[in-house]
Ligand binder design. Structure first.
Ligand SMILES: Cc1ncc(COP(=O)(O)O)c(C=O)c1O
Length: 391
């Protein structure tokens, strides 16, 4: 057995999360390293969704809103996500897409910082954040300026209303320092919004400890909520009473069924809702979240760091033509990005040979390592196949 194979066997044998893999519907012929785009299906979810469709919708029909708890699902499921992102219960709500929640957070932050007119946006952001922030700027008369996350302490100033950052860079996998960057924004009097799409479910996040004003994120990646699963929106507890979000609709009204022509915001996190919640998607996500019930996030992080480091070691030895652009150690999320020539073709060949990652132009092969279901043996096999292709 090679030294790398020995390391993989030992790490898999000692993995405290190994049993979690069985909870997922994965085929042994495929090495799935794309859970950072779409998480895998937990096995118990289809039966739960079938119940939502056939019994809840089919038999209960309109009574589902009250008797099946549909109406409160956005807050109830938010409370299940709260411990995964270190938020307070009652301060996370689920609904709409991440893009919509970014708009909600940016405009809310602008309304909390009267007299300030600048939005700083992560220069390396996933595009939707930048597009939505630019639109919010156009609508409100604010200006927008791209800034490298590490330069936020130097760039944030008296006119900065809000700083919008990605916790983990979707291309490189770099993890940004939430505590330091939030503190720098606050020291200048600005609000901060973190996009947790690539960190929620991938590593421990502590919104409360870092005093984060707003956070948003996808639930279809490391939270395995299913394609198009609704996003979450979290707000700092002391800001909730003054939250004035721009998409208040009848579902965030204090008395939705009073059909009041005047809008009066609900108390509590329900005020961050808008319209009718996506019940089928929400309850699919709700079922998926069961896999987190007994997960120790410190163990999750330890495994993620060990897996990604092991994959980098394997790639260095077996596929030297590809170069890691992902930082080492604590500065990375749960993905590894390798740069190589003809990356798009190489990824197509990897997928054809059963190693599913993705390609980000121009030169990146992106591999997500979902700690709940990826094995060290998978990391080794993926690097072997990559090496064969590049050779
Ligand atoms: C950092 C980040 N934000 C947002 C999104 C997507 O937003 P939406 O759920 O609105 O499609 C992604 C999708 O990959 C992402 O990586």
């Amino acid at each position: 057995m090679s030294e790398l194979a020995e390391r993989a066997a030992k790490a898999d044998a000692n993995d405290p999360l190994a049993a979690k893999r069985d909870l997922f519907d994965l085929d042994d012929g495929v090495i799935y390293l794309d859970g950072n785009s779409l998480g895998a299906l937990p096995r118990h979810v289809p039966a739960r969704v079938a119940d939502v469709l056939t019994r809840q919708w089919g038999r209960m029909r309109i009574r589902g809103w009250t008797e099946e708890g549909w109406w409160d699902a956005p807050q109830r499921i938010g409370d299940r996500i709260a411990p995964l992102v270190g938020a307070a219960p009652g301060h996370v709500v689920v609904g709409d897409s991440t893009s919509v929640n970014i708009f909600r957070a940016v405009v809310s932050a602008l309304r909390m910082t009267p007299g300030r007119g600048e939005i700083l946006v992560d220069a390396t952001t996933f595009p939707t954040d930048g597009y939505v922030a630019a639109s919010a700027a156009r609508l409100t008369g604010a200006t927008i300026r791209p800034v490298e996350p590490k330069n936020v302490p130097d760039e944030v100033g008296d006119d900065t209303a809000v700083v919008l950052l990605n916790h983990v860079d979707y291309r490189s996998g770099r993890l940004h320092d939430m505590g330091a960057l939030t503190a720098a924004a606050h020291a200048a009097g600005a609000r901060v919004i973190w996009d947790l799409s690539h960190s929620a479910g991938a590593l421990p996040v502590d919104l409360l400890q870092h005093n984060v004003d707003f956070a948003v994120g996808c639930t279809y990646k490391y939270l395995n909520g299913g394609p198009g699963a609704p996003a979450f929106f979290a707000v700092r507890p002391d800001l909730l009473p003054v939250l004035d979000q721009p998409l208040g609709g009848w579902c965030s009204h204090r008395e939705p069924f009073a059909m009041d022509p005047e809008y009066v915001a609900a108390e509590g996190i329900a005020k961050a809702r808008a319209g009718t919640p996506e019940i089928v998607s929400l309850l699919t996500l709700d079922a998926s979240l069961d896999v987190w019930d007994d997960v120790d996030l410190a163990q999750l992080r330890a495994k993620s760091l060990a897996l990604t480091e092991f994959f980098v070691d394997c790639a260095r030895e077996l596929a030297p033509a590809a170069r890691s652009v992902t930082p080492a150690g604590e500065d990375r999320g749960s993905q590894v990005s390798l740069s190589c020539v003809d990356a798009e073709k190489v990824m197509a060949e990897l997928i054809a040979r059963g190693v599913v990652g993705d390609h980000r132009p121009p030169d990146l092969l992106r591999f997500g390592f979902t700690p709940l279901y990826t094995r060290f043996a998978d990391a080794l096999r993926a690097a072997e196949i990559l090496g064969e292709i590049l050779a």
